[in-house]
Design a protein around this ligand. Structure first.
Ligand code: UGA
Length: 437
């Protein structure tokens, strides 16, 4: 199959490289000439484990290429994926579809022969209808079908998620398009990945429903964690105790500082707006979003409390800045709200993150950056772990204690055991692991 991927960002690049790895010929397109030049030179615009090698290998085998020439790449392609960004629209929280519609117009100009146009970007219900209308208006003779095929991959585990998906959702209202999509994903079909064929609108909504449900699960356990702290219970045991019930499931029940990233915050907002517009407000998601927003900043209170009520004039060492490990993505990271609240309280911040410091420099001011966890702790008055990178899971606690002015650890991801830390004479605060009142 000859495939064009419009948009070489996170989803486009990972999907393009994986589809090439299945044996398809894939051309990844972007309007950003610098990004395309860098990709041609083997430089990835994002940090994602395994991506650099996957790209290099498929470029070497002539299955994967990069270009800014969208129209040329669309000619002869059997499928054109739209994988451009759909950020939150300023002011109202709706998904901004400018890039999707621009892509649709540009694709229309290059269509020749039957082509399937696939929206992989996360788009609100009805976007596929509008993409179809735009293409028909721009090129009335085009022979095409528009399909919705949302992506469920997670940053940091994206290649594995693409190649071993829990399911593939395809919103297809056209038989010829169904045959093309089946052929594209045949390698996964052979791996027995379940396919959900449905209508285009249902598929579009499925993506938002999935992210909103996961965000709800996280927010639920976070609020249970708050209660655990008050009543002297342990949220990790509660999570295990409920997660073993197959109807609930054990995933996405890790209490922490609130969800962040480029997907959950924006997708919950977009779903809330769509639901309100259609007169069917989803109040549970409205609450989830509001609770999560408040939570991030509120996490700073744990640091205030550990330091006796005030951080004024104190230096706080922060380990982990990205919204989750194995990514350099800072978008909506809880670290932003927490650090800002600490700075507002008069603290100086030392920081270290294995991959996120370049991105952090663009969104956070007045941090002192270090290049390993230990130098970050030197002469700091407390250590706060915000993101659970593996590199922070087995720190030399004696060394950390000798570097800090006081042995205080606020662990917002529960990667340490309270008893262990007590044995090392640390004042330790986790999330949802209260001691009996
Ligand atoms: C999420 C979904 O998991 C993917 O299925 C989806 O494809 C993607 O959004 C998207 O829409 O593109 P991602 O944002 O990469 O993926 O990361 P997650 O692993 O889902 O984590 C999101 C946030 O939730 C992180 O801040 C993480 O720390 C937090 N989280 C996750 C928790 O606080 N507790 C958990 O138990 C799980």
């Amino acid at each position: 199959m000859q495939i064009t991927m419009v948009g070489s960002g996170y989803v486009g690049l990972v999907s393009g490289a994986c589809l090439a790895d299945f044996g398809h010929t894939v051309s990844c397109i972007d309007t950003d000439a610098q990004k395309i030049e860098a990709l041609k030179a083997g430089k990835m615009p994002i940090y994602e484990p395994g991506l650099q090698d996957l790209v290099a290998n498929n470029v070497r085998q002539h299955r994967l290429s990069f270009s800014t020439d969208l129209v040329a790449a669309v000619r002869g392609a059997q499928a054109v994926f739209i994988a451009v960004g759909t950020p939150s629209r300023r002011g109202d929280g709706h998904a901004d579809l400018t890039f999707v519609y621009q892509a649709a117009r540009a694709i229309a100009a290059g269509l020749d022969g039957f082509t399937v146009v696939v929206t992989k970007s996360t788009v609100p219900v009805g976007t596929g209808d509008e993409v179809e209308r735009i293409i028909r208006e721009t090129n009335p003779n085009a022979d095409f079908a528009v399909v919705s095929n949302p992506e469920f991959l997670r940053e940091g585990a994206a290649i594995d998620d693409f190649k071993r998906p829990d399911r593939i959702v395809l919103g297809v209202d056209d038989k010829r398009a169904e045959a093309v999509m089946t052929e594209i994903y045949r390698p996964l079909y052979l791996n027995q990945a379940p396919f959900v064929f449905t209508s285009r609108r249902t598929s579009e909504l499925t993506k938002y429903a999935a992210n909103a449900f996961l965000a709800t699960k996280i927010t639920f356990i976070n609020e249970i964690a708050d209660l655990c702290e008050q009543v002297g219970a342990n949220v990790q045991d509660v999570a295990r105790g409920i997660g073993l019930d197959k109807r609930i499931g054990s995933k996405f029940l890790h209490a922490g500082p609130g969800y962040g990233g480029s997907c959950f915050p924006k997708d919950t907002q977009a779903l809330i707006k769509t639901a309100q517009d259609f007169g069917a407000p989803i109040r549970i998601v409205e609450t989830v979003s509001a609770v999560n927003d408040q939570r991030k900043r509120a996490m700073a209170r744990k640091v205030f409390a550990a330091l006796g009520g005030s951080v004024r004039g104190k230096t706080i060492a922060v380990l982990g800045l990205t919204f989750k490990p194995n990514t350099d993505d800072m978008r909506d990271s809880p670290a932003i709200s927490i650090i800002t609240a600490l700075q507002d309280g008069g603290a100086r911040i030392n920081a270290f993150d294995p991959e996120g410091m370049d991105q952090a420099r663009q969104v956070l001011d007045d941090l002192t950056y270090f290049y390993d966890p230990y130098s970050c702790c030197e002469k700091a008055d407390a250590l706060v772990i915000v993101t659970e990178w593996d590199a922070f899971r087995a720190l030399d606690l004696n060394r950390i204690k000798s570097l800090l002015t006081a042995p205080i650890l606020v662990d917002l991801r529960n990667i340490y055991e309270p008893d262990d830390l007590a044995r090392h004479d640390f004042l330790y605060a986790g999330v949802g692991r209260g001691s009996s009142p």
